[in-house]
Unconditional design. Structure first.
Length: 689
């Protein structure tokens, strides 16, 4: 069934979405699209029965877990699917009334880049590293628009200015590696907008970006969409982004759209159990630690052999016999569609179910001992230098940082990429030697210990890495990976290790038989659980979680966060939790330290910091982080800071934040502000706070 043409136009200053049908015809119409991939193991049904439309000036979001078919459906629109292994077996894709599937390759090339543009997830792999930025922006102008070299150069400068890049003329001669991640993504947007397209497809356009840069990019895309009438399809797993910017939302699960409608309706009254589960699994900035995250049990199905009937049935706690039949995708209320047999009952069932999630925040005793004490820690890296090149410059990755972590607490460490979070974590683990300062673990300075003496400490401090796949040895089984630390540190007799591996697997929610599997045979969430089990194998006191959930889907992320909290309560663990997702940090942390360009600018209890941030940078971070609720999100004031993180090779004088700070004065440039206590345990490094 077709989606209703009802779309949404968000007017400045409005908090609602108009539900009247647009007067213009849709730019894109997809009807009953089916895409299959032919593999050596069988046919993967990657997209099944997808139907939706997009109107001029409208932003439609496609959300869902990895493997749900979001990106495949977008690549089908662009006709970029691999011809050898993929088949569009049914359906139609119409652009301005013309079928894209009937065009020959040359005709499609004229449409692609000229009328339809796509922004890919990772700009560094999408940009050609051996061509200058200018050449890459000018290429579509010369090919599609027939401009002269001079005209294309002027247009390239205009485009870079449009996307907020300063000094555009000089940027044209630079290469991708000379730009920051945020700038590279802006260049991708400039290329996408070069030929004034009528449809822009953005596939996870801000996943690799910090929250402040993410806000700048999305505000830009939304503004250009409105002003130039560009239809936008945004593919994302970030529900906060969808709540803030999308007019309509399509929720995909296992190759099918299971719910669709205006953002207000889908977020305000989700009708499908999967959509409701996704929204419940997301940590929110406006909620503290008192409520456990809802989780969706299990994993998405294998599309080589999908379940009969409703694809969500094996994971749905409301499944009944009728769910063995494929539910119709039908209009439940005006402009709001869902594919579920039990839609009328879902709200009542879900409300009863929510009572299970009422929890209690973990509290740390006031007299808990300090297990980790960081005093004036610094880490400088020399860069460049050598014969005929002058002295090396210093990257001040961590600069005079002091922190304490008490037994049983979770200290969240947040900040933009390049601020020194991970470097500080490596100093704590003694994977890097500090340039200055002390790092005391149980009163012993790790910086003064020999490598051989660190072996005993390694049993007490472990780490969970960001990417569970690259941190697990692909040639070892899960049992060998978890058992190895116990062999190395002689934790148990060899004949007892297999039993302990089985216990640890069950502790992290896996089955004992998985000890015989290899990492590539597990899902991302399962691999991260193996990483947690490996960290627990030596009975540590402190675990450094370095972006431990950022690579996971929303529902899997919720499972891992709940697991970390449960393990902390059972085993009395202490966490240093490094992350850039402020909502995750708020949910899991007892205290939070905010880091900027190597320095701690604010430190406070989690509840105090999120309720009343004192430092302008913390305020900007919180304003930029979206909340997955359109009504709340679109009425919040916007305080989006401009500019990007300065180079740590040449940090600003005085307060490192002053070039981007709205409160900055001449005094801010003169001296580094000392930390002041503005409330019980609330430390701020700002003269204006």
């Amino acid at each position: 069934m077709q989606h209703s043409p009802a779309g949404g136009v968000v007017t400045a200053g409005r908090t609602d979405v108009e539900s009247a049908a647009p007067s213009s015809a849709p730019v894109l119409e997809i009807d009953n699209l089916h895409v299959h991939f032919i593999t050596s193991h069988g046919t993967v049904r990657a997209v099944e029965g997808v139907t939706y439309s997009v109107y001029p000036g409208e932003m439609v979001a496609i959300v869902g877990e990895s493997g749900s078919g979001k990106s495949v459906s977008a690549l089908a629109i662009m006709r970029l699917l691999p011809p050898q292994s993929s088949r569009i077996v049914a359906g139609s894709i119409k652009f301005e009334g013309k079928s894209l599937l009937d065009l020959d390759d040359e005709s499609m090339r004229q449409v692609r880049g000229r009328s339809i543009s796509m922004i890919f997830q990772e700009p560094m792999t999408s940009l050609n590293p051996v061509l200058t930025i200018g050449l890459q922006i000018k290429e579509p102008l010369l090919i599609h628009m027939g401009m002269t070299e001079a005209e294309a150069n002027d247009r390239a400068i205009e485009l870079l200015t449009l996307v907020g890049i300063t000094d555009p003329a000089n940027r044209l001669v630079q290469y991708p590696h000379q730009l920051s991640g945020g700038m590279r993504q802006r260049v991708m947007i400039a290329i996408g907008l070069a030929c004034n397209p009528k449809l822009l497809i953005a596939d996870e356009p801000t996943t690799a970006l910090d929250v402040t840069i993410q806000a700048q990019i999305l505000e830009l895309m939304k503004d250009l969409s409105r002003r130039l009438g560009i239809a936008v399809i945004i593919i994302t797993h970030n529900l906060g982004i969808v709540a803030r910017y999308a007019d309509r939302v399509n929720v995909m699960y296992a190759a099918r759209i299971v719910e669709g409608g205006t953002a207000e309706r889908v977020f305000g009254r989700p009708l499908h159990p999967y959509a409701r589960g996704l929204l419940s699994a997301v940590p929110r900035l406006d909620r503290g630690r008192a409520v456990k995250l809802a989780t969706i049990d299990g994993s998405p199905p294998n599309l080589l052999n999908p379940p009969e009937g409703c694809r969500f049935r094996p994971r749905c706690r409301y499944a009944i016999d009728e769910c063995m039949q494929v539910p119709a995708f039908r209009e439940i209320e005006e402009g709001h569609f869902a594919a579920c047999h039990r839609t009328p009952e879902i709200e009542k069932l879900a409300d009863d179910d929510a009572k299970r999630l009422e929890g209690q925040a973990g509290l740390v005793a006031d007299d808990a001992s300090v297990v980790l004490d960081i005093k004036g820690a610094s880490k400088f890296f020399p860069v460049g230098g050598g014969f005929l090149r002058g002295p090396a410059k210093l990257v001040r990755a961590v600069n005079d940082v002091s922190l304490t972590v008490r037994k049983g607490e979770t200290l969240g460490l947040v900040g933009e990429s390049g601020c020194g979070k991970s470097t500080l974590g490596r100093l704590v683990l003694r994977l890097e030697d500090p340039t200055a300062g002390e790092i005391l673990f149980d009163g012993v300075d790790l910086a003064q210990m020999k490598r051989s003496e660190m072996i005993a400490i390694r049993k007490k401090m472990q780490v969970i890495f960001q990417d569970p796949y690259s941190s697990l040895n692909p040639r070892m089984t899960v049992g060998q990976i978890i058992g190895e630390p116990m062999y190395v540190h002689s934790i148990l007799p060899n004949d007892k290790i297999d039993d302990r591996v089985s216990e640890l697997l069950q502790l992290v929610g896996l089955f004992p038989y998985m000890a015989l599997r290899y990492p590539h045979e597990l899902s991302g969430g399962q691999r991260q659980r193996v990483g947690i089990a490996r960290a627990l194998a030596v009975n540590p006191e402190v675990i450094v979680c370095d972006e431990a959930v950022s690579a996971l889907d929303v529902s899997i992320q919720g499972q891992v966060i709940n697991l970390l909290e449960d393990l902390q309560h059972k085993l009395g663990l202490t966490y240093l939790f490094i992350a850039h997702d402020l909502a995750v940090v708020r949910h899991i942390s007892t205290r939070v330290a905010v880091m900027y360009l190597g320095r701690i600018v604010e430190l406070a209890d989690s509840a105090d910091l999120f309720a009343d941030p004192k430092h302008p940078y913390t305020q900007a971070l919180l304003a930029a982080a979206p909340i997955p609720d359109p009504v709340i999100e679109r009425s919040r004031p916007r305080k989006i800071i401009t500019g990007e993180l300065p180079s740590p090779l040449n940090p600003p004088s005085g307060c490192v934040f002053h070039p981007r700070c709205p409160l900055a004065t001449e005094d801010c440039k003169k001296a580094v502000p000392a930390q002041r206590e503005l409330g019980p345990g609330h430390m701020v490094a700002c003269i204006h706070a």
